[in-house]
Design a binder for this molecule. Structure first.
Ligand SMILES: [Zn+2]
Length: 83
C-alpha cells in the first residue's frame, strides 16, 4: 500500500531532555495512522492506531504527557528564524 506520510521524531520531556521517540506511519487508504512511541516523560512504550490529523498529537496512555508531532514546514520556519 502507498505511504502517505511517515516520520520518526525524537521527543523531549518536560525538562527538555531527549528521552523518547515516536514513529508515525500513515497509509493512503487507511483513515488511521500506525503510531509507535516511547514516552519521553515516563518511558512507556506503546503501539497503536490513531485517527490521522495535522498537527498530530496524542497523550501518553500511562502518564497523560502530551506528545506533539509538529509538521515539517513549521519546523523549517522555526529553524530559519533562529539563524
Ligand atoms: Zn508517559
Amino acid at each position: 500500500m502507498p505511504i502517505e506520510y511517515i516520520t520518526t521524531r525524537i521527543l523531549k520531556n518536560s525538562l527538555g531532555q531527549e528521552k523518547g521517540r515516536i514513529r508515525v506511519l500513515k497509509l493512503k487508504e487507511e483513515p488511521e495512522a500506525q503510531v509507535d512511541y516511547t514516552c519521553p516523560e515516563c518511558l512507556h512504550t506503546e503501539s497503536k492506531k490513531l485517527i490521522w490529523k495535522k498537527p498530530f498529537s496524542l497523550r501518553c496512555s500511562k502518564c497523560n504527557y502530551l506528545i506533539r508531532v509538529t509538521n515539517l514546514r513549521t519546523e523549517i520556519k522555526k529553524k530559519r528564524k533562529q539563524r
